[in-house]
Design a protein around this ligand. Structure first.
Ligand SMILES: [Zn+2]
Length: 269
């Protein structure tokens, strides 16, 4: 792990009277402390914070402003989360407009439980940079008589524009969005070269972590080490930190790290 973007809804931490600014300040201070400790252990990691607004609430504009306010201190983007059905992202258009107009970044959970309309709204109405999950994009992929995949217009747009998909295999199996890791659409989307990235969703409830997700893909869906590197590079390309910092991590940390792993595992790379 060399880079992480952690999402949290500050509005869920206010029960005992903390202000939103106090909450963000404390989370960032915690990340800084963790970064320092990892540095001391010789395993540097950079951690950014995504501020999440709850879809079911009406505080998204406030949270978007909070994210913009803290962008120089370690907040890297804005996000909405929570129940999809009945709570379309268009309910929060003001927040997304504010983020875009501040030249800031956003990701929207869309197309997890809910289908293509949710993805379409997130991409074409809200203008999201990335799709949280986005797994239901496969609903816009069919197969012809020769069993070749045919992309519908929404799937084609997402692939052509390289919209990053934040895929979370274990979580999707647990929520029923996918039958198993083996049958999870991440394999098909990888083969079709969508901008697929691998994520944990929530580590606690899903009882998972990045290495476990990678392990599952290798052992249950036949992913190779090269493909794990591809997922990692995709994720880094899609990160919300500046381009030059992303490039440095890809070229000086991620690729050499995988090359070293291949050598140690005696895998031809
Ligand atoms: Zn999720």
């Amino acid at each position: 792990m060399v880079y992480a973007e952690i999402r949290m809804a500050p509005e869920l931490l206010q029960e005992q009277g903390l202000s939103l600014d106090q909450i963000v300040g404390e989370m960032l201070a915690g990340f800084k402390r963790g970064e320092k400790e990892m540095q001391q252990h010789g395993k540097p990691i950079k951690v950014g914070l995504l501020l999440t607004a709850m879809r079911t609430a009406a505080r998204s504009s406030e949270i978007a402003q909070l994210a913009i306010k803290w962008r120089e201190q370690g907040v890297v983007g804005f996000d909405i989360a929570g129940k999809e059905a009945g709570y379309p992202p268009t309910r929060h258009l003001d927040a997304f407009d504010a983020i875009r107009q501040a030249n800031f970044h956003m990701t929207i959970h869309a197309g997890e439980a809910f289908g293509l309309p949710s993805i379409w709204e997130a991409v074409q109405i809200c203008g999201t940079d990335r799709l949280g999950h986005g797994v239901r994009i496969v609903d816009d992929i069919t197969f012809d008589e020769a069993n070749n995949p045919v992309l519908g217009p929404m799937a084609a747009y997402v692939r052509d524009r390289r919209v990053p998909l934040e895929m979370c295999p274990s979580s999707n199996v647990q929520t029923g969005a996918a039958k198993s890791i083996k049958e999870h659409p991440i394999g098909l989307l990888k083969n079709l070269q969508f901008r697929v990235t691998l994520n944990t969703d929530n580590r606690l409830m899903s009882d998972t972590f990045m290495s476990k997700e990678m392990y599952l893909l290798v052992h249950e869906a036949g992913f190779t080490l090269k493909e794990l590197q591809w997922l990692s590079v995709n994720a880094m390309k899609s990160a919300f930190i500046p381009f030059d910092e992303r490039l440095t991590l890809i070229n000086e940390v991620i690729k050499p790290g995988f090359a070293q792993a291949a050598e140690e595992l005696k895998i031809k790379f």
